[in-house]
Ligand binder design. Structure first.
Ligand SMILES: Cc1cc2nc3c(=O)[nH]c(=O)nc-3n(C[C@H](O)[C@H](O)[C@H](O)COP(=O)(O)OP(=O)(O)OC[C@H]3O[C@@H](n4cnc5c(N)ncnc54)[C@H](O)[C@@H]3O)c2cc1C
Length: 235
């Protein structure tokens, strides 16, 4: 992390997206180029922890200078309690966009499965919009999003609107701790059911390790290989 350059960014907006999740809009002094799926690294000077940096997926680009991140509060965490104290007008130190968890440049001729829990949905918001709005990807795109409760379904209305507008995009929210008329339980049986009738898929997984490892094992058991499964671990 020593050779990373950090830039002062201004917090221009803070949105309470869910009970313990905030969206922060960060304004850079210069234009920033990014690829959907990338993240920024924030530096917390003086952090009481082995490392003073934390990575956050880019959840959106507001304009050429402003990026959005979407962060879940971790009560016993070192950095998020500090970050959550920040208000509009405060500054942070951020890297430029980094990372290789991005869409391949060439057209993707496969069914796409995006599988995540919690803030793991952040990079998928950018990737799915890029596919639908810019690349006009016409093959099926599935987003399986596991959460505890309805209130945790980040960007819900946006994904629902995309699903209405683009018939090839299917939004599959799954709740583990609340009954509703949608999918319930863990996310695994739901994407596995879809895969019973799907051939030739490419997978993007993002979030916390435990859930991702199980997902990756399930997919590999169906005969898919490492090349078919792109993963971004949050820890
Ligand atoms: C590439 C990348 C992208 C990331 N993008 C995001 C993002 O978009 N949004 C976001 O909220 N976080 C994201 N993270 C996680 C983020 O970098 C921090 O780890 C997180 O904010 C916790 O920081 P902390 O200092 O508060 O907790 P720490 O003091 O670092 O937490 C202690 C331990 O708890 C684990 N942990 C922290 N939060 C959780 C959780 N919710 N569930 C399970 N284990 C957890 C950590 O991995 C660590 O082992 C990303 C991580 C990586 C590597």
């Amino acid at each position: 992390m020593n050779n990373i350059q950090f830039y002062k960014v201004l917090i221009t907006e803070v949105i309470e997206e869910a009970p313990s999740v905030k969206r922060f809009i960060l304004k850079f002094e210069q234009e920033v180029a990014f690829k959907p799926g990338q993240f920024v690294i924030l530096k917390f000077e003086g952090l009481q922890h082995q490392f003073d940096t934390r990575s956050y997926s880019i959840a959106g680009q507001i304009n050429s200078n402003c990026l959005e991140i979407c962060v879940v509060f971790k009560e016993d965490g070192a950095a998020t309690p500090l970050l959550f104290e920040h208000k509009i007008g405060d500054t942070l130190l951020s890297s430029l966009p980094e990372g290789r968890f991005v869409l391949q440049e060439e057209p993707i001729q496969k069914n796409l499965f995006f599988i995540c829990t919690g803030t793991g949905v952040a990079p998928f918001r950018c990737m799915i919009k890029e596919l639908l709005l810019n690349r006009k990807h016409a093959l099926p795109i599935h987003l399986f999003f596991g959460c505890r409760k309805m209130e945790d379904l980040l960007y819900r209305s946006e994904f629902e609107e995309l699903a209405m507008e683009y018939p090839n995009f299917s939004y599959h929210p799954v709740l583990s701790r609340e009954q509703w008329d949608g999918n319930t339980g863990y996310v695994h049986p739901h994407y596995l059911k879809m895969l019973e009738t799907t051939k030739d898929a490419l997978f993007y997984l993002c979030g916390w390790t435990e859930m991702l490892k199980e997902t990756r094992d399930n997919i590999k058991n169906l005969g898919y290989t490492r090349q078919d499964i792109k993963v971004e671990f949050y820890d």
